[in-house]
Design a protein around this ligand. Structure first.
Ligand code: NAP
Ligand code: ZN
Ligand code: ZN
Length: 346
């Protein structure tokens, strides 16, 4: 079927109206009328080919919320009218050990990304959520509580799960001191989740003016990362650091903040990093790790936790025609804290 979308034709081209082909509904497929789609920094890295893997035309968007408008005959978990979400994954083998363990994002056969992957039925690239409708295998469709505002829930599908998954994997809980590095889309959700899990949370930022907001989101302290005295005062004190910095940077000043057995998890920079000092790692038996989005079951767990604790993202809603200037504002760190596109404007 033909579906209206927004696409870019090359790394320096703006996003413009474009028509895409979605596969016909397969027996285990769900057709979703998209109402909202968040703008993740990954959309921008990908549209501008900053990771060198882009295929054009490119339709971004992997923070998708909408209503089910049709289901295939084998679908039992979703029905027409349900409020649902789709994140960064639309398919995986569901048979390998990783899939079996609920880590579909690390599928040994390769998971299929919502955009930029290979369409498993009709071939060609997968196209993301800056579009009117999407067809997704039922196992990759998440349930969203009617209690949540659908627009503010959209960024949970990537920014939410990407910060939730490492907090759960490293079992962050009451008594832990957690630092969230970078107050953007991922970072503001990292603060909300770590605080809701009972941790003491500190914002580590390059933007002191975001301090008051960070306190409103749940931090007990704000640490300005380019202030040497402030960094020194917190040296060796953090059990866990969630590093959302979206570009190559020097990890060493942050490594020094970790307490004994502390871990810093990289979720932001998907590119070569600057050299790390081995001495900083072995002192205090520190670890540096990475984490990619999250599996389907834990995404559902996170969405249910949000419904229970009334957690959503802080958003600015925009019309689709304003998507290009919104990209520039995200790159400047000028958004509180996620743009969400109202898809009714497409
Ligand atoms: P974002 O909204 O742009 O936020 C990033 C924040 O990092 C900025 O607000 C800024 O916060 C800080 N920052 C920016 N440049 C910096 C620099 N040079 N040095 C230090 N801090 C800097 O981005 P996002 O949507 O949260 O995404 C963050 C990154 O995660 C992106 O690279 C994205 O591609 C990646 N990502 C990864 C996954 C995954 O699976 N691991 C999933 C989604 C996104 P302050 O002003 O507070 O310093
Ligand atoms: Zn994303
Ligand atoms: Zn698999």
């Amino acid at each position: 079927m033909q579906v209206a979308a927004y696409a870019t034709q090359g790394p320096t081209d703006p996003l413009k109206p474009f028509e895409i082909t979605r596969r016909d509904l397969q027996p285990d497929d769900v057709l979703i009328d998209i109402t909202h789609c968040g703008i993740c920094h990954s959309d921008i890295h990908s549209a501008r080919n900053e990771w060198g893997r882009a295929k054009y035309p490119f339709v971004p968007g992997h923070e998708i919320v909408g209503r089910v408008s049709a289901v295939g005959p084998q679908v039992t978990r979703h029905k027409v009218g349900d409020l649902v979400g789709v994140g960064c994954l639309v398919d995986a083998c569901l048979k390998c050990t990783a899939c079996h363990d609920g880590d579909e994002q690390y599928c040994e056969k390769g998971s299929v990304g919502t955009y930029g992957g290979t369409e498993p039925v009709i071939g060609g690239p997968t196209y993301g959520g800056y579009s009117k409708q999407i067809v997704v295998r039922d196992s990759f469709v998440l349930k969203i509580s009617e209690k949540l505002d659908p627009a503010a829930a959209a960024p949970l599908l990537c920014a939410g799960i990407t910060s939730w998954s490492p907090l759960k994997h490293w079992a962050v809980s009451k008594g832990d001191k957690v630092g969230v590095i970078g107050l953007g889309g991922l970072g503001h959700m990292g603060i909300k989740f770590a605080a809701a899990l009972g941790a003491e949370v500190v914002m580590i930022t390059t933007s002191p003016e975001k301090g008051a907001d960070a306190r409103r989101l749940g931090v007990s302290d704000v640490l300005v990362s380019n202030d040497r005295e402030q960094m020194k005062a917190h040296r060796g004190s953090f059990d866990f650091l969630l590093n959302t910095v979206p570009v190559k940077h020097d990890l060493n000043p942050y490594l020094g903040l970790l307490a004994r057995n502390g871990t810093m998890v990289i979720v932001g920079a998907i590119e070569p990093l600057e050299e790390m000092h081995g001495g900083l790692l072995l002192a205090n038996r520190r670890s540096v790790a990475g984490s990619g989005i999250g599996g389907i079951a834990e995404t559902q767990e996170m969405l249910d936790f949000c419904a229970e604790h009334n957690i959503v993202c802080d958003i600015e809603i925009i019309d689709i025609k304003d998507v290009n200037p919104a990209y520039d504002r995200v790159v400047k760190g000028d958004v509180k804290y996620r743009f969400v596109i109202n898809m009714a404007t497409l």
